[in-house]
Design a protein around this ligand. Structure first.
Ligand code: MEV
Length: 321
């Protein structure tokens, strides 16, 4: 196993890297074409594909993961891998493939682990076939693969996984619109897991059902979110951490109203604010998964991480720069 991991980390596999992400603004609302702001974390998934003589698919999954994640996501992951292979025209009944996933990204609900996995697979297939794929084609293959994990992805996760950086992303009736944000300064984040693996299909499906049952309620939340997202983007552009923090708090409150937060997330959010975060919110699917906290200095980042470590099974620090 050690040898495998060294091979996975080898320089020649760098081109298969696909990043994890944290949604700063807009989970769930992004599905309904509101703009989202998303930051890619430095940790990545990478992948190696070897074509073998015998037909079939063998997946070796060496990614670090929180307990339970891989088991819970096994069937969806299998489907996602098959979709990417077929999207790129690989018939594993004719030639088998051994697919190895590795990298530094811990697979946990909320971090975009599924998107990082399918995007890294697209990159690895491009290298193994070989077939030159543009970044757009890699992203498109990732989007298709994401459908294996959840039926109606907005595309935000695979776009962050493909391009990295901090992005403004918006779904449209046609191709999504996204732009890379230029940051005024570093954005220091602590993120922590509730330890609960959430099902994006289920939570996105529940939001859809609630929306269909009460369009006026959802429309008003979406309008409030859209106004908030514009303020959030302005605060990000200005590098105004106090305003950004306040708006992250407001986005968390909207997630609570949307019923996608939960006690475990709320408790971590409150603890982070108490330890010096200028803002905190759930991030990603919710009802488990991750929360993030905005910390203006390296000292407050360390202090918030220390406080969250007492409550959360896993805590990470990342800085968007
Ligand atoms: C999941 O990371 C984000 C959601 O908004 C779903 C999506 O955008 O596809 C919950």
């Amino acid at each position: 196993q050690r040898v495998r991991q060294e091979r996975i980390g080898a320089a020649c596999l760098k081109r298969t890297r696909a990043f994890g992400k944290l949604i700063l603004f807009g989970e769930h609302f992004v599905v309904y074409k509101a703009p989202a702001l998303v930051g890619a974390v430095a940790a990545y998934t990478d992948c190696d594909v070897e074509f073998t003589g015998a037909p079939g698919i063998e997946v070796v999954d060496l990614r670090p993961a929180v307990p339970g994640y891989k088991v819970e996501k096994a069937a969806e992951g299998e489907e996602a891998v098959k979709i990417v292979l077929s999207h790129l025209g690989v018939d594993t009944e004719k030639r088998g493939a051994k697919i190895t996933f590795g990298g530094s990204l811990t697979a946990v609900s909320g971090i975009g682990a599924s998107a990082a996995q399918v995007v890294s697979l697209a990159r690895a297939l491009s290298a193994a076939l070989p077939r030159t794929l543009s970044e757009e084609e890699v992203n498109a293959a990732g989007y298709e693969g994401e459908k294996g994990y959840h039926g109606t992805p907005s595309g935000v996760d695979n776009t962050a996984a493909t391009y990295g950086g901090v992005l403004r992303f918006q779904r449209t009736d046609g191709a999504p619109l996204f732009t890379m944000k230029k940051l005024a300064g570093p954005i220091r984040i602590v993120y922590a897991s509730t330890g609960i693996t959430a099902s994006t299909t289920k939570v996105v499906g529940d939001v859809k059902a609630k929306k269909e049952a009460d369009e006026a309620w959802f429309g008003s939340l979406l309008a409030r979110y859209t106004a908030l997202a514009a303020e959030g983007e302005a605060a990000l552009d200005a590098g105004d951490m106090a305003a950004l923090g306040r708006l992250l708090d407001e986005n968390h409150a909207l997630c609570q109203e949307l019923t996608v937060s939960c006690k475990e997330l709320d408790d971590l959010v409150v603890a982070a604010r108490g330890a010096g975060a200028v803002g905190a919110k759930m991030s990603g699917t919710g009802r488990g998964g991750l929360m993030l906290a905005l910390t203006p200095t390296a000292e407050s980042q360390a202090a918030v991480a220390k406080a969250l470590e007492k409550l959360a099974p896993q805590v990470w620090m990342t800085t968007f720069a």
